[in-house]
Every structure is written in C-alpha cells, then in structure tokens.
Design a protein around this ligand. Structure first.
Ligand code: SF4
Ligand SMILES: [Zn+2]
Ligand SMILES: [Zn+2]
Length: 343
C-alpha cells in the first residue's frame, strides 16, 4: 500500500477516494478537506473568532486543532454535564489538550453554574437523559457564543454523524429537520451562526488525524449512548459503505446539492415571541425551555448517574425514542440545529 502522493508506504486507506496516504499526506488531506468545507459553505472568514464546543472526544479536539492550524482564532468551551466519571474523564482530556497548546478553554458546569446535572434533570423533568442533555448543551453553547461575541459556534460533527442524522430524518420524513440539516446555520434571533467544518471527514479519519497528531482524546462513549438509534443508523450506513465505498458521502452531499432546498418552508421559522425573563434568550413564553428545565431540576435532590443508566437502557430496549438521539449525534445526537458537541 503506497501513498497516492509520494509513493512511500501508506498508513491509511480512504476507500471512498480510492486513495492511500502516508502520515504527512493524510494530515494534509484532512486540512484540505476542512478548508474546502469552510470555503464551499462560507462557514468562517479570515479574522473571525470561533468558539468550539469541546467534549474531549476525537472530533471536537480534531476540529479545534485543525482550525487553529488553519490560522483561525478559536477558543474552546467544555460543558460539565455531571455524568459520573465519564464527565470527569472528558474534562481531563479537554483541559490537557488546551493546556498543552496554550489555548483558551472556557468551562461551564451545569451543577456549579446552574444547580443541576443531566441525571438529575432527566429524573426531575421525566425526560430521557439525552433530551435533557441536548437541551442544556444547546442553550449553554448558544449563550456562550453570543455573550462572548464569537462569530460562529463550531461543532465536531463529521460525515458519519451527518449521514446518520439524515438517514434518521428521512426514515421518519422529519421535513422541518431536513430543511435545517445544512453544515451552516446562519445567526438569527439571538442564536449564533453554527458550523460543522468536519463534514467532509469520516469518523475513522478524525480518529486517525488525532492519533497522527498526538492528540490524546477520550475513546469511551457516553454511557447514555448505549442503544441509541443514532448508533443503529451509523451501523446500517457502515454496512453499505463497506460494500459500496462513497455511499455515505453521496447520500449526504447529494442531499445538500439536490434536495435540501426543497424542504425550505418560509412558515417554519422560529416562532419566537420575546425574550426569556431570566436569561434573555429567545423564548415563546416568560421562560425559555432551558430556564424551565433548570428551575425544576435545581429544586430536585441530586440523582446519581447509576440511577439513570438502567432506566435509559430499559427504555431503549423497549424501543422508545430519545428526542435528541432522534435528532442527531454528538455521541448521541443533534437536532439539525442543536449542535451539541460531537465526541
Ligand atoms: S449520549 Fe450525548 S446527548 Fe446523550 S447524555 Fe451522553 S453526551 Fe448527552
Ligand atoms: Zn505521502
Ligand atoms: Zn432562559
């Protein structure tokens, strides 16, 4: 196996491009794919400031690294979700990455800063954990990007994530979600611009990028992700990709090129009436959805993560849907506009 560029021994094959690369040229390929995504979709311009949603996993650390290498000013934001030891380890990886590179990592902890954590919110609001988590992350990331004056909020969703979300949304003909499944969502009504510069790289490629760049990322997945439908969709697409390399990219980029516009609906915009009385975010009533969740959850006694885990697994065994799992990834999900941190 020889590198397509220099003919030296290759370290990785990229079957959808019918190419093999040595380490040096694979890293160059990753940088090119990100630059191409940024310019093709007008994600970020020179001199703009970005805030990267960082989870400590491969995707968020890879995109942070790639943006900084490309010369962009990019800070990171880590949100402590209170998911037991998993959250502790995630934070360690995010902090170590930032410290080693002299980068600025902002931190917000749901328990310390908002009086609750994901397991407690799941029980207090009778939501599946991924739903409480997704709502919390969306709000915290959006607010931090707006308050910090950043030009864009960056998430680490890769090609596998986006193809799996698309697959799930097509399976159920979620037309509102399909309309918003673009790699760039413009800023609007108190929401920051959201961008996904990794959409041209697969999960395997971002992992390889981290290994070759010496990025020590958290390999384990969130314990709540077990049984998630998003993972099922990924498996189905991986089977197809194995037999027909390039299928995932054709599915996703074909949708962007030939179908997404058909789902645009001028009447389906955000029906925001005003600002949340507590935090100032766009809201349809006195309090935004996040503040309602925070209010209920912070009044409840803390719930240990072990208490929620079996419940989450049990629900999934029964085939119930997790709203944010339905909508998209990180490890779990992302509604087309949710942009939680990919891990
Ligand atoms: S799987 Fe993802 S969305 Fe679900 S609880 Fe874990 S981090 Fe949050
Ligand atoms: Zn080479
Ligand atoms: Zn609010």
């Amino acid at each position: 196996m020889k590198c397509r560029v220099c003919r030296l021994p290759a370290v990785i094959d990229v079957r959808r491009h019918n190419a093999n690369f040595c380490a040096e040229h694979f890293l160059r390929y990753c940088r090119q794919q990100v630059e191409r995504a940024i310019s093709a979709f007008d994600m970020l311009s020179e001199g703009e400031r970005a805030l990267v949603a960082v989870s400590g996993g491969k995707d968020s650390l890879a995109i942070w690294d790639l943006l900084v290498e490309a010369g962009f000013e990019a800070d990171g934001l880590y949100v402590g979700l209170g998911i037991g030891e998993y959250s502790d380890r995630s934070a360690d990886h995010a902090r170590a990455f930032a410290e080693a590179r002299g980068l600025r990592l902002l931190e917000i902890d749901l328990r310390d800063d908002h009086g609750y954590d994901v397991p407690t919110a799941a029980v207090a609001t009778k939501r599946v954990p991924c739903s409480a988590c997704g709502l919390s992350k969306r709000h915290v990331f959006d607010r931090a990007a707006i308050d910090g004056g950043y030009d864009a909020l960056v998430t680490g969703h890769n090609l596998d994530d986006e193809a799996a979300v698309l697959y799930g949304n097509v399976l159920r003909w979620q037309t509102d979600y399909l309309a918003r499944q673009r790699p760039v969502l413009p800023a609007e009504q108190g929401f920051p611009r959201k961008i996904k510069p990794l959409v041209r790289l697969s999960e395997r490629e971002t992992a390889a990028y981290c290994v070759l760049q010496g990025i020590d990322y958290l390999v384990e997945e969130c314990p709540m992700a077990v049984g998630n439908k998003h993972l099922l969709y990924k498996d189905a697409l991986n089977d197809m990709e194995q037999k027909s390399p390039g299928s995932k990219a054709e599915f996703y980029f074909g949708f962007l090129a030939r179908a997404v516009d058909r789902f645009d609906n001028p009447d389906s915009g955000r029906s925001v009436l005003g600002a949340c009385h507590r935090c100032g975010s766009p809201a349809e009533s006195d309090l935004c959805a996040f503040c309602r969740l925070a209010e209920r959850s912070s009044r409840a006694d803390p719930v240990p993560v072990e208490f929620v885990l079996p419940k989450a697994r049990h629900r999934r065994r029964r085939g119930e849907r997790s709203p944010s799992a339905e909508a998209g990834p990180p490890t779990a999900t992302v509604s087309p506009q949710s942009n939680g941190p990919a891990t």
